[in-house]
Design a protein around this ligand. Structure first.
Ligand code: ZN
Length: 160
């Protein structure tokens, strides 16, 4: 989806500046309901192609693929004796058991949920996402940096 009605939200280019008022932007985004947003795992801002091409990819596709395969292996190992395979399937006590956070990460999540008034479902989503991000860097516990990245991927939960 676009970020707003005119479609230029977030654009840095002078000729393509967003003309929507904050109220219009909020209205545009409110068309996606909370329960709907809760079913979306990743929300992130994708720059317009012109700006995007100028940015260098920080890691290669091959490197990314390697990390993803490793993260999948970690999850397969972790859930071998359970009727699930992926972090995204965690819930309840299993979620708490497998998504151990460093104190800083826990604090960051608590604060984010409090400040933004997020739902419990949203809390769980961010937690599961941070588990996957931690797996991508082979971390046993979810660290602050993993949590911060997971929160970044829930951009639409953040009211503007
Ligand atoms: Zn706009």
């Amino acid at each position: 989806m676009h970020g707003c009605y005119c479609g230029y939200y977030g654009s840095e280019t002078d000729s393509q500046r967003c003309t929507c008022s904050p109220g219009r932007i909020a209205h545009y985004r409110s068309r996606i309901s909370g329960p709907m947003l809760d079913r979306i795992d990743l929300q992130l801002e994708v720059p317009r192609p012109k700006e995007w091409y100028q940015e260098q990819a920080s890691i290669s596709s091959a490197e990314m693929k390697k990390q993803v395969l490793e993260a999948q292996t970690v999850q397969e190992e972790r859930y071998r004796e359970l009727p699930l395979s992926w972090n995204s399937e965690l819930s309840g006590s299993l979620l708490r058991k497998f998504c151990k956070m460093e104190p800083g990460a826990y604090k960051l999540l608590q604060q984010t949920v409090e400040v933004l008034g997020l739902s419990m479902r949203s809390y769980d989503r961010i937690l599961k996402l941070s588990r996957t991000i931690a797996d991508l860097s082979s971390a046993e516990q979810i660290g602050v940096e993993h949590m911060a990245e997971a929160i970044q991927y829930r951009k639409l939960d953040v009211k503007i």
